[in-house]
Design a protein around this ligand. Structure first.
Ligand code: SF4
Length: 291
């Protein structure tokens, strides 16, 4: 297998084989993200080259591989013909395959449209990991996510129509201290329309070399503290009506919340209330991320 540039994957894909169909991120503008800021430039690898990697993986790992994640930011943006060939080949070479997933932002999901998404689902794509980050228009614009609230909602609904699972990422604290409540409420109501299979919480940590760290240092962006984040999470959860699996499988979070909604909501709210009793200095300290 050949890899080029930073290789990131969601924690939930820890057991998946990583095969690269694209390099870099075609958007590469989010102000909180440092992953591809130094390159490489986005490109889709030729399908024939990727299929050679799939064959090499079969020869090395055999039937042990049951889930695939195709890394790099926004692999969904690659040409549909090419992705279709790659996904069909993955299913042919690994008949035991149970799950095949990629990263995809709302902007590129919408650009694909229903017909192409249905083709990808038929070719074997089972789940897209989508960075919603926030359901609030001003925050989405400030962080240059490349999609408005309504576009995020439409993209989520499009995945559902195409029969592709949606694993949505919410970034706690991305509105800062003063937009915290607005962020929580707008995000909960957006999720209630998207109805993703998974909601995954991450907490904003400023990353080295990003425009948002610059704003934090200049005092233009006031970070939310541990109790602010817990209250934000509580408000989000209180207003989240979607039936979904909630996960906080990330090192940036102050507490680990995991459960099925709506049935586990009361337990999760109690867990947040207990955490709010702890002094702020007992949570992880502020740090600048370096990866
Ligand atoms: S779309 Fe994803 S990979 Fe690309 S810049 Fe934004 S957060 Fe980073």
């Amino acid at each position: 297998m050949r890899y080029e540039g930073p290789i990131y994957r969601p924690p939930s894909e820890a057991g998946s084989l990583l095969i690269q169909a694209t390099v870099g991120c075609p958007h590469n503008q989010c102000t909180f993200c440092m992953v591809y800021k130094k390159g490489p430039k986005y490109r889709a690898r030729p399908a024939a080259e990727v299929i050679t990697d799939l064959e090499a993986a079969r020869a090395t790992y055999g039937s042990r591989v049951q889930t695939f994640f195709f890394p790099a930011g926004n692999t969904i943006a690659a040409p549909t013909d090419s992705l279709e060939q790659i996904f069909e080949a993955a299913g042919r070479i690994f008949p035991e395959l149970r799950r095949l997933t990629v990263y995809g932002s709302a902007k590129y999901i919408l650009a694909k449209g229903e017909t192409d998404l249905r083709r990808l689902a038929a070719a074997g794509l089972t789940r897209v990991h989508v960075g919603l980050e926030s359901g609030h228009d001003r925050i989405l614009s400030d962080i240059r996510k490349g999609a408005s609230r309504s576009e995020q909602i439409r993209a989520g609904q499009l995945l559902k129509t195409a029969g592709i699972e949606n694993s949505t990422y919410v970034m706690l604290g991305i509105g800062g201290k003063f937009m915290s409540a607005a962020h929580a409420l707008a995000t909960a109501t957006a999720l209630n329309e998207i109805l993703p299979e998974y909601v995954r919480l991450r907490t904003f940590v400023p990353k080295a070399g990003t425009p948002l760290l610059h704003k934090v240092k200049k005092g233009y962006f006031i970070m939310a503290g541990p109790h602010d984040i817990l209250r934000e999470t509580r408000l989000l959860l209180e207003n989240l009506d979607a039936a979904t699996s909630l996960r906080s499988d990330h090192y940036t979070n102050y507490i680990d919340l995991s459960g099925e909604l709506p049935q586990d909501k009361d337990r999760l709210l109690r867990q947040i209330d207990e955490a709010l009793e702890r002094p702020e200095n007992t949570f992880r300290p502020f740090f600048v991320g370096t990866e």
